[in-house]
Design a protein around this ligand. Structure first.
Ligand code: NAD
Length: 416
C-alpha cells in the first residue's frame, strides 16, 4: 500500500489513534477531527510592472473550545488547503499541550515570496488581510509568522488591520517587530522551546549533550536559532545543516556566525568553505546524537526511517515524520520529541505577546525566557509520563494529553 502523504489525512489518522486509546465518544470524535471553520479567499494585487495578479489564500480556524484560534501564516508556492488544515489541527493540539488558553488555526497564501519585490510582498500581505480582516481579531483568531513570512510581514498585516478598524490593534497578530508591540524573545522562541525539551529528554535518556553532535535540516527561523542555541545552551556540536538547495557537513563542527554570514551573502548554506556538500536526504541519515528536522513535512518516511541513526529527533518542523516512520523510529529506539510539543515555544511566546499587548506592559527578556522554560519543561514531562502510562510512542502520548484537554473544554461548554 502506498504511503499517505496528505498532511491532513495524516493529522486525522494520528487523532483517530489517540481518540481510540482515550475511548472518546462519537460526537467528540466527529467534532475534533474536522476544522470548525475555513475561509478560501481570492484577492488582486497590483504588481510592479502595472499588471494585476490574483492570489489565493486560506485561513482555517480549526477549533476554539479553549480560546481564540491561533496559528501562523505561510507564503509558499506549494501551499494547499489540506496542508493548512493539518497545520491548524496541530496548532489546536499544540496550544493544548502547553496549556495556554488558545485554540488552533493556520493560514497561507499560494505565492513564491522569492519572486516578489518588497513592494509586491507588502501588497500581498495587505491584500490577504483586506480579504480576511472581518473574520480575524484579537478575540477571534490571531495569525503569526511561519514559513517564508517575517516580522515585517506581520507589521504590514497589523497595520492593514488597524486601518480597517480605525485604531491601533497590536494584538491582532503576533511575531511583530518589537517597536510595534512584539515580545522580547519571540525571534528565537520556537528553537529555544525545542532546545529546552531536548535538554529534558537527554536527562531522561542519560545522554550527555556537551559535545554531542547535531544535524539541522532547514536553515530559516527555526533552524538557524536551533544552531545557535544548541551550541550556546547545551554545548552541542553542529556537524551538518541544510536548506532548500542542499546541505553541508563537517565532522569538526560548523561555526554559527560563519554559516549565517555565508547564507546571507550566497543565498544558501551550500559550498561553505571547509565543509562537504551533502543532500538533504544524507543529512537526515547522519550518525548524530540529535537530529533537528526544521524545514517541511514528510521528510522522514518509511523508506528512510530505518536508516535514521540519531538518538533524539527534535521536530522543530511541523509534520516531518509520517505515521509509518513513527512506528519504525519507536521500534529502533529513536526518541522523537513530536512537532507540536517540540516547536510549541513559538506559539507560547506569541501568547505572551498577546498578553503584553492587552496590558500594554512589556516584560524583560529574562522573564519571557524563564516563563517559556517552565511551560516547555512541564509540557515535555506531561507527554513523557503519558507515553509511560499508556505505553504508546511520544507522538500519540502528546495527542492523548492535548485531545483530552480540548475534549474537556468542548464538554464543559456543552457542545458534546
Ligand atoms: P523559514 O521560512 O524561516 O525557513 C524555512 C527553511 O527551510 C529555509 O531555510 C528553507 O531553505 C528550508 N527549506 C525549504 N524547503 C526545504 C527542503 N525541501 N529541504 C530542506 N530545507 C528546506 O521557516 P521557519 O519558520 O523556520 O519554519 C520551519 C519549520 O518550522 C516549518 O515546519 C514551520 O511550520 C515550523 N515552525 C516554525 C515556527 C516559527 O515560529 N517560525 C513555529 C513552529 C513551527
Amino acid at each position: 500500500m502506498s504511503q499517505e502523504l496528505n498532511p491532513f489525512k495524516i493529522a486525522q489518522r494520528q487523532f483517530d489513534e489517540a481518540a481510540e486509546v482515550l475511548g472518546l465518544d462519537p460526537a467528540t470524535r466527529a467534532l475534533l477531527r474536522e476544522p470548525m471553520r475555513e475561509f478560501h479567499v481570492t484577492f488582486p494585487v497590483r504588481m510592479d510592472d502595472g499588471t494585476v495578479k490574483v492570489f489565493k489564500g486560506f485561513r482555517v480556524q480549526y477549533n476554539d473550545a479553549r480560546g481564540p484560534t491561533k496559528g501562523g501564516l505561510r507564503f509558499h508556492p506549494a501551499e494547499t488547503i489540506d496542508t493548512v488544515r493539518a497545520l491548524a489541527a496541530w496548532m489546536t493540539w499544540k496550544t493544548a499541550v502547553v496549556g495556554i488558553p488558545l485554540g488552533g488555526g493556520k493560514g497561507g497564501v499560494i505565492c513564491n515570496p522569492k519572486e516578489l519585490s518588497l513592494g509586491e510582498l507588502e501588497r500581498v500581505s495587505r491584500g490577504y488581510i483586506r480579504a480576511l480582516g472581518h473574520y480575524i481579531g484579537d478575540e477571534i483568531d490571531v495569525p503569526a509568522p511561519d514559513v517564508y513570512t517575517t516580522p515585517q510581514v506581520m507589521a504590514w498585516m497589523m497595520d492593514e488591520y488597524s486601518v480597517m478598524k480605525g485604531y491601533n490593534v497590536p494584538g491582532v497578530i503576533t511575531g511583530k517587530p518589537i517597536p510595534l508591540g512584539g515580545s522580547a524573545g519571540r525571534g528565537d522562541a520556537t528553537a529555544r522551546g525545542g532546545i529546552y525539551t531536548v535538554r529534558e529528554a537527554a536527562k531522561i535518556l542519560g545522554i550527555d549533550l556537551n559535545g554531542a553532535t547535531a544535524a539541522i535540516q532547514g536553515y530559516g527561523n527555526a533552524g538557524q536559532f536551533a544552531h545557535h542555541l544548541c551550541v550556546e545552551l547545551l554545548g552541542q556540536k553542529v556537524v551538518a545543516i541544510s536548506d532548500s538547495r542542499g546541505g553541508i557537513y563537517n565532522p569538526e563542527g560548523l561555526d554559527f556566525e560563519a554559516c549565517v554570514a555565508h547564507k546571507k551573502t550566497t543565498g544558501s548554506v551550500i559550498n561553505f568553505p571547509g565543509a562537504k556538500n551533502i543532500t538533504n536526504e544524507e543529512l537526515l541519515e547522519l550518525d548524530v546524537v540529535v537530529l533537528y528536522p526544521a524545514a517541511l513535512e514528510n521528510v522522514i518516511t518509511k523508506e528512510n526511517a530505518p536508516r535514521i541513526k540519531a538518538k533524539i529527533s527534535a521536530e522543530l518542523a511541523n509534520g516531518p515524520t509520517t505515521p509509518e516512520a513513527d512506528v519504525i523510529l519507536h521500534e529502533n529506539g529513536v526518541y522523537v520529541i513530536p512537532d507540536f510539543l517540540c516547536n510549541a515555544g513559538g506559539v507560547t511566546v506569541s501568547y505572551f505577546e498577546q498578553v503584553q499587548n492587552a496590558y500594554d506592559y512589556y516584560w524583560p527578556l529574562v522573564e519571557v525566557q524563564a516563563k517559556l522554560d517552565e511551560i516547555m519543561t512541564n509540557a515535555f514531562h506531561a507527554v513523557h509520563e503519558a507515553a509511560q502510562e499508556y505505553k504508546v510512542h511520544n507522538r500519540i502520548a502528546a495527542y492523548l494529553v492535548s485531545v483530552q484537554r480540548v475534549a474537556e473544554a468542548a464538554k464543559l461548554r456543552g457542545w458534546v
